[in-house]
Design a protein around this ligand. Structure first.
Ligand code: SF4
Length: 695
């Protein structure tokens, strides 16, 4: 068939997937004929990964939701008009609220929503529904690093410096981050650096490392304490920096004294000599960065573990200096902005606190409501999902931009809780596993069909731009929130549907907050300015803040805090019934729950089904060979995966990607133990056994 594409439009925008938010230029006039090319944007400098190159495939997904659906008396989802679907959504929510109170309603958002959607969703939950129960899937992603960053520095911004600063690094410690697969264009900023990689797997990033430390899953905190011990005993501390810019070192030093290298080796499996080599690499040659990812953060001690790596960076005198730093690598596309503007259970826009009277008063003024209408903090993500349909828990739920049937830990339990709800509304652009359970499904726009802003892993605010009109029946999430809110009796003008208007209100709500966007406008972003928050309204124009903490940290005394943390190990250990650790993670071709990338043919062809990486000796002990089907079974349940033998894995550990649905869900075996500070589940360590499964 001849190529009849006649691009009449081209727009600068950003990839729909991860938090690097690579700059792209897209063109085309039909959903099935859009092309993408990388833009010369600082984070990706003309490069994209496979997901970015193939993102247009998502626009033409064959099972794209094309009309609202309402579950009929037959139990089947039936096509409906927008008016009747929004009416059904509003009536269902009102019915539950009238019978059981406002906290019987809940909202579950997503770290991929634009800032505008995340902001309006938080406002909708607190005012239109009046519930305290709103949280989002970013709780499963960034919450441990955020809690640790807030405690250490007084402020949480994933990278407190531009990604391009990494190009100067001589050494980078990557703890639990496989950037060569999760955000490949970032690797170009690390070419000059010697990498020290902490990962139980010999990942694609570990293959590039000068030194690969391969601790047992759940022992990263002990490893960080052991490295700190070496820093102290070998005289590598930056004592001038510690004295001038920090507090709390003495208590931590006492704790680290107990983690001599041989003890650390006994707990982690990392040779004592490698610990010393790692410290040599980090301290011998100029600019040095410590970066953490989900590998060390998704534990019941995730906050303490992230804090332990921050401790290490502080001991080396790195954060808030021009010659190094600490950062955590945000995962989801708007994982940064999504956690700043009010969809987190305890927060209001601008990183304001729902528990702070002054913060509440400011936001209530912007929202033009009495402050008493703002509820208090509610349940955190897993606790919220776990309570659905229970006697005292939420009985109706709105899900926007999330797929918890696949992404939540202990997935069989969460699927059962969703099924037990009195009423479920899902807004999505594809029939996700969660949407299939809903009473009302609302088809919404996706990346190249909508305007808005995203905030990437550096705290840089970006414009998402529309190339195409959405398919005729599809509406934006902002229209969904407006439509339900109005039907619940809210003033229409309080729920704008124009993204620019929502952003202006967001900026006002954030003014004076820790994540201050009040100096940012669409006009400035469209003029090509790269604006990092905080960007206050004064001076006008404020240049934004690419680098934080250069003069002082955000605590009132300007000093960073060391955290006195101790290793306590994972929630469950291996034993006779479940003899190996399973750890979960991402692969190059898929993103999060896979609801998007599994619908892109080129990506699905590369990784079509769930697999489990196993050391050959471990496989042989379970009667398995390469290519066999296996059950990966924990005390909570099991999933099905194709065996891939990998001799570089630890024999006591298997790896399973979490992108697959149905019986391929890794979260069927994961442990829901939570970090008490962040609410992060322990995705990264489960005790499992492998069982052969006939084809
Ligand atoms: Fe860039 Fe991430 Fe998109 Fe890949 S998925 S192109 S790394 S933004």
């Amino acid at each position: 068939m001849p190529d009849t594409r006649q691009p009449v439009a081209a727009r600068r925008t950003h990839c729909p997937y991860c938090a690097l938010q690579c700059g792209t230029r897209i063109s085309g006039t039909r959903a099935d004929a859009v092309t993408v090319e990388p833009a010369d944007f600082p984070v990706n400098r003309g490069r994209l990964c496979q997901k970015g190159w193939t993102a247009p495939g998502l626009l033409a997904a064959p099972d794209r939701l094309a009309a609202p659906l309402v579950r009929g008396r037959s139990g089947r989802l039936l096509t409906a008009t927008w008016d009747s679907a929004l009416q059904a959504a509003a009536e269902g929510l009102a019915r539950v609220r009238d019978a059981h109170g406002a906290d019987a309603l809940a909202v579950f958002g997503g770290g991929g929503l634009t800032n505008e959607k995340a902001y309006l969703l938080g406002k909708f939950a607190r005012l239109a529904l009046g519930t305290s129960n709103i949280d989002y899937n970013g709780r499963f992603c960034m919450s441990s690093a955020a809690a640790a960053g807030n405690a250490a520095f007084g402020l949480d911004r994933g990278l407190p410096f531009p990604v391009t600063d990494l190009s100067r690094a001589r050494t980078v410690l990557l703890a639990g981050a496989n950037v060569a697969e999760t955000m490949p264009p970032l690797m170009q900023h690390l070419h000059q650096a010697r990498l020290v990689v902490v990962d139980p797997r010999r990942s694609a990033t570990a293959h590039r490392a000068a030194l690969h430390l391969q601790p047992a899953p759940g022992t990263d905190l002990a490893l960080a304490l052991g490295m700190l011990h070496v820093v102290i005993t070998e005289g590598r501390l930056d004592t001038a920096y510690i004295g001038r810019r920090t507090t709390g070192f003495e208590a931590l030093a006492g704790r680290a004294a107990g983690w001599w290298p041989e003890r650390t080796e006994a707990v982690t499996g990392v040779p004592a000599a490698d610990l010393r080599t790692a410290v040599d690499l980090l301290t011998q040659s100029g600019d040095c960065y410590v970066l953490t990812g989900r590998g060390v953060e998704q534990h019941r001690q995730g906050t303490a573990t992230a804090a332990a790596f921050i401790n290490l960076a502080l001991a080396l005198g790195l954060p808030g200096t021009p010659s190094g730093g600490y950062g955590c690598l945000t995962g989801q596309g708007n994982g940064q902005g999504g956690r700043e503007h009010g969809q987190k259970s305890d927060q209001l826009p601008g990183y304001r606190s729902l528990s702070d009277p002054a913060d509440r008063a400011h936001v209530a003024r912007v929202w033009r409501v009495p402050v008493g209408r703002l509820p208090g903090p509610g349940l955190r993500a897993y606790e919220l999902l776990d309570a659905l349909g229970e006697e005292q828990g939420p009985r109706a739920l709105l899900v926007m931009g999330s797929n918890p049937v696949v992404s939540a830990p202990h997935a069989a339990r969460i699927t059962a809780r969703l099924a037990a709800l009195d009423f479920l509304v899902v807004a999505d652009f594809v029939p996700s596993d969660t949407a299939r359970l809903a009473d009302v499904v609302l088809p919404v726009t996706q990346w190249a069909e909508e305007e808005g802003t995203m905030t990437n892993l550096e705290g840089r605010v970006l414009r998402r731009r529309a190339l195409l009109d959405p398919p005729p029946p599809v509406r934006s999430d902002l229209h969904v929130l407006h439509g339900i809110a109005v039907r619940l009796g809210e003033p229409p003008e309080h729920y704008p549907t124009e993204p620019r208007k929502v952003f202006e209100e967001l900026a006002a709500a954030s003014e004076g907050g820790r994540a201050d966007y009040s100096g940012i406008t669409y006009d400035r972003l469209d003029a090509g300015e790269s604006l990092f928050w905080p960007c206050p309204a004064t001076p006008d124009p404020h240049p934004g803040t690419p680098r934080l903490f250069l003069d002082r940290f955000a605590h009132p005394d300007g000093r960073a805090r060391f955290a006195d943390v101790e290793h306590d190990g994972p929630a469950e250990d291996t034993g006779a019934a479940y003899p190996v650790h399973a750890t979960t993670g991402r692969v190059l071709t898929h993103y999060q729950s896979g609801a998007q990338t599994r619908r892109v043919p080129e990506l699905a062809a590369v990784a079509p089904e769930a697999f489990v990486e196993v050391h050959p000796d471990t496989a042989a002990r379970s009667g398995l060979a390469d290519g066999d089907l296996a059950r990966v079974v924990s005390a909570r349940g099991g999933m099905t995966a194709r065996v891939r033998l990998d001799p570089t894995l630890r024999p006591d550990t298997v790896f399973v990607p979490f992108h697959f649905s149905g019986d391929g869900r890794a979260n069927l075996f994961t442990h829901p133990a939570l970090d008490p500070l962040s609410g992060m589940p322990e995705f990264k360590v489960s005790a499992v056994r492998l069982e052969p499964l006939p084809e």
